[in-house]
Design a protein around this ligand. Sequence first.
Ligand SMILES: [Zn+2]
Ligand SMILES: [Zn+2]
Length: 335
Amino acid sequence: MMPVAETWIRVTPQGLFVEPGDFHIDPTRPVARAVITHGHGDHARPGHDDVLATAETLAIMRARYGDAAGRRLQAVRYGESLTLGGVRVRLAPAGHVLGSAQIVLEWQGTRVVVSGDYKRRRDPTCPAFEPQPCDVFVTEATFGLPVFRHPPDAQEIARLLASVRRNPDRAHLVGVYALGKCQRVIRLLREAGWESPLYLHGALQTLCDVYEHAGVALGPLQPVGAARSDLAGAIVLAPPSALGDRWSRRLPDPLSVAASGWMRIKQRAKQRGVELPLIISDHADWDELLATFSDVGAPEIWVTHGQEDALVHAAAQAGIRARALRLIGFDDEGA
Ligand SMILES: [Zn+2]
Ligand SMILES: [Zn+2]
């Protein structure tokens, strides 16, 4: 008989632990051996000894943490298979951000997929999510409520460009998470025909360089500080935290924009003083979550973090065994 997954994958204080392989996935505290799904700070933390991830994720970790990215870094390509302590490990694209991977685990005839964070729609900055048939699918639930249905991203970008045309005297200040959202919004703007320079807050430059180095062309980017001319009519990208602070006062009558799945909640946009909320998310929405469960055909789902309850219920209604792991230390503010 195949071993039930709970007997070999456990929740520990450090996070998800794969016992026969003696490694953690996205541990929240320093460990001896870590397999990392992607570079977001709540999944990729500094201070581990051995770190296994895609080359892109390792580059992101190095850019953020320097030597603290890990003592020994091992890059694995999508589709490449290796064995850690008897557990077969393979990485598959998760479609979330550059380098993001699902971790496909096989041990004694059972296949478990830890998806990290993921989305299903096209993203011009990373390869698309590839469903992996499995016995247990471990999923996030950032937007695990039926109210979260993300519109097409091209439609949201068109709203931004329409606002820029309507307000030629103002700078559009777009709040974007530094890893993933920033580069995706840039690429979407380029695809929509915006060829002028985009202006960057200093905190966004390093990861844009990592994307460019990985072959994701972002077009002309300029630091805001170097812009001598007036930024009226310009599009400026900054971390969400910079939207309301002193930094933004240098811009001409800034119009505050935010790009996030959370912008579905009008109250949230209002609280943050966002004039133009764009619903652009790097996480699966409600429909994508449920479609994914059906695509991977897993009879069992584990929900790691986010809004678990409705999702667990919906899975159960579809005849899937589902449970909430309630992992702590994950925060999807930048969603
Ligand atoms: Zn993430
Ligand atoms: Zn996450």
